[in-house]
Design a protein around this ligand. Structure first.
Ligand code: PLP
Length: 399
């Protein structure tokens, strides 16, 4: 019998499964809030003007397609470091920061996971409860046992901070702790600056390994503000890993643009770490692709394009905020008694709406509104054309 004969059918991705169901729905007024993508007010994935200009310039320059270095485009990696740590970072000047261009944020997490696994094969990985659904699977596939720390508090629609700190304090030294630096996916619930400070203290005292995931920089309170947690960790003197994704902030999902950044104790350590990281990359996919990274580097390093991108990013951030406010107001208008003000405090593309799995089922079956069974809705998929229908649907399933 063949090797493949025993292969079992894997469960399908729950969120992609939801989109398949949505696509097959023949109702004309359906709304898909199950996705993890920013849509504009017309319900389209935007192609940013800054991206279009950088792409045209690139085509015009007839850039050839040789291999990139294993760690990617130098100008890209430098720009990523400045986005994360600020234009005037002493750590960068001291040569303590190393960055490799990766295949999206997912690629950065995987490369980081593989790198750490070789250093400390016994370490466990702790993720938030709940977390981005691929965190657990990704680290398990990299060979780790994955545990989770308390995070979301359903009773307050907010953060279970005491639970989180208690768990971190209980972990053995060397445990890898994955933290969402801003705009937590799936809940939208973030830590305050004071709470971040406390997390840094505990991570330091317990000798844990912080792995910050920043996939929505610029979607919360702004590019600089959203990097606050990253900068606190960087300033703490700890070794830090950071995975960046530009899928959302440049609307370049399919181009797979991300980066893994690490902060080392000194320049010599940084060079040694980079030399090992390059082996991990070389044996996985050799080197990253040229297009997306070149476009992002061109934008970040050209003042006029940079300004245009920042404006477009602010536009996306403000549109999401406006949709949060409109949803809360429209639910009130419809006489919904439950207080949804927590939606205004949440940050980023998502909201844990507090709707139960049964209410989500009813939304889909009776109103053609698709959300994740956990109650996660993508606020960035709301627009002027569908928000009334969504408010009607939610009001109906709550009454
Ligand atoms: N990390 C988090 C928290 C995410 O939400 C996502 C994307 O949804 C990623 C990482 C992966 O990003 P990318 O699509 O760039 O691989």
């Amino acid at each position: 019998t063949s090797l493949f004969a025993a292969v079992e059918l894997a469960p399908r991705d729950p969120i992609l499964g939801l989109t398949e169901q949505y696509n097959a729905d023949t109702r004309s007024k359906k709304v898909n809030l199950g996705v993890g993508i920013y849509y504009d007010n017309e319900g389209k994935i935007p192609l940013l003007k800054a991206v279009r200009k950088a792409e045209l310039a690139r085509v015009e320059a007839a850039a050839t397609r040789g291999y990139l270095p294993i760690e990617g485009i130098p100008g890209y990696n430098q720009a990523v470091q400045k986005l994360l740590l600020g234009d005037d970072s002493a750590l960068i000047r001291e040569g303590r920061v190393l960055t490799a261009q990766t295949l999206g944020g997912t690629g950065a997490l995987k490369i980081g996971a593989d790198f750490l696994k070789r250093l400390a094969p016994q370490a466990k990985v702790a993720i938030s409860d709940p977390s981005w659904e691929n965190h657990r699977a990704l680290f398990e596939y990299a060979g780790y046992e994955v545990i989770s720390y308390p995070y979301y508090d359903a009773a307050t629609n907010g953060l279970n901070f005491d639970g989180m700190i208690g768990a971190l304090e209980s972990y053995p030294a060397g445990t890898v702790v994955v933290l969402h630096a801003c705009c937590h996916n799936p809940t939208g619930v973030d830590l305050s600056p004071g709470q971040w400070q406390r997390v840094v203290e505990v991570v330091k005292a317990r000798d844990l390994v912080p792995f910050l995931d920043i996939a929505y920089q610029g979607f919360g309170d702004g590019i600089e503000a959203d990097a606050a947690a990253v900068r606190l960790f960087a300033a703490s003197g700890l070794m830090v890993l950071i995975s960046s994704s530009f899928s959302k902030s440049f609307s370049l999902y399919g181009e797979r643009v991300g980066a893994l950044t690490m902060i080392a104790a000194d320049k010599d350590e940084s060079l040694r770490v980079m030399s090992q990281l390059k082996r991990v990359i070389r044996t996985n996919y050799s080197n990253p692709p040229t297009h997306g990274g070149s476009v992002v580097a061109q934008i970040l390093n050209t003042p006029a394009l940079r300004a245009e991108w920042e404006e477009e990013l602010a536009g996306m951030r403000e549109r999401i905020r406006a949709m949060r406010a409109a949803l809360v107001a429209k639910l009130k208008e419809r006489g919904v008694r439950r207080n949804f003000d927590f939606v205004l405090k949440q940050r980023g593309m998502f909201s844990y709406s507090g709707l139960t799995a049964q209410q989500v089922d009813r939304l889909r079956e009776e109103h053609g509104i698709y959300a994740v069974s956990t109650g996660r809705i993508c606020v960035a998929a709301l627009n002027d054309g569908n928000i009334d229908a969504v408010a009607d649907g939610i009001a109906a399933v709550l009454s």
